[in-house]
Design a protein around this ligand. Structure first.
Ligand code: URA
Length: 216
């Protein structure tokens, strides 16, 4: 869908068939909590592949059966995964399976249902953010209010190299991020049509946190 919205910037839509197929299953309203969670874990592995392009690399000395070599390895200590609570944790778990050495931070923001504006209730991030690539994870980029606020908090903590990973994005949220943080690339599996009057992404998949944790 992003081809029809050329004004959206810094955007990568992961159109791989496996991602799109799993996303369709997640969108279906009758998909169980267990399946939703499993699909999210699987899809997060595939999205992680895209968002971790150009990660800082290091080398480590290894011995092959033939000789020693300096072999390339991801510098996991230079990476910070930042989960926007609570739905971000669904994406976080899968990525951590791929990069277990990554440092992890959490930002607690909830959306005031009347104003749709983010209210902060928790903030704990790794130190030396200025030296790290920060990947912020939240499945739903809706209004962009929470995402932009989270990125601002990270920048205030020194972060300079930030990427944003989500499952679904609304054009409104991408525009908001583009305006507030033009330096932050966004990776998503889909750009949906629009937001409804309650701030839900349409067609979307409903409330990601509720579906993931079975709270509704
Ligand atoms: N958050 C969600 O969980 N779903 C939406 O559609 C929008 C924000």
């Amino acid at each position: 869908m992003s081809e029809t919205l050329p004004e959206l910037k810094n955007l990568t839509v992961v159109s791989h068939p496996l991602v799109q197929h799993k996303l369709t299953l997640m969108r279906e309203k009758d998909t169980s909590t267990a399946s939703f969670r499993q699909l999210l874990r699987e899809i997060s592995l595939l999205l992680a592949y895209e968002v971790t392009r150009e990660l800082p690399m290091t080398t480590k000395k290894i011995e092959t059966p033939l000789c020693e070599m300096d072999a390339p390895a991801i510098d996991g200590k230079k990476l910070a995964l930042i989960s926007i609570l609570r739905a971000g944790n669904g994406l976080l778990d899968g990525i951590l399976e791929l990069i277990p050495a990554a440092r992890v931070g959490f930002i607690g923001l909830y959306r005031d249902h009347a104003t749709l504006l983010p209210v902060q209730y928790y903030y704990k991030v790794p130190d030396h953010l200025d030296e790290r690539v920060c990947i912020v994870v939240d499945p739903m980029l809706a209004t962009g209010n929470s995402s932009a606020a989270a990125v601002t908090l990270l920048k205030n903590s020194g972060a300079k190299n930030i990427r944003f990973l989500c499952l679904l994005a609304a054009p409104e949220g991408i525009r908001h991020m583009n305006e507030a943080h033009p330096d932050v690339p966004i990776v998503t599996a889909s750009v949906d049509s629009h937001l409804n009057e309650s701030g839900y992404i349409v067609p979307g998949l409903g409330d990601a946190g509720d579906r993931m944790f079975g709270t509704k």
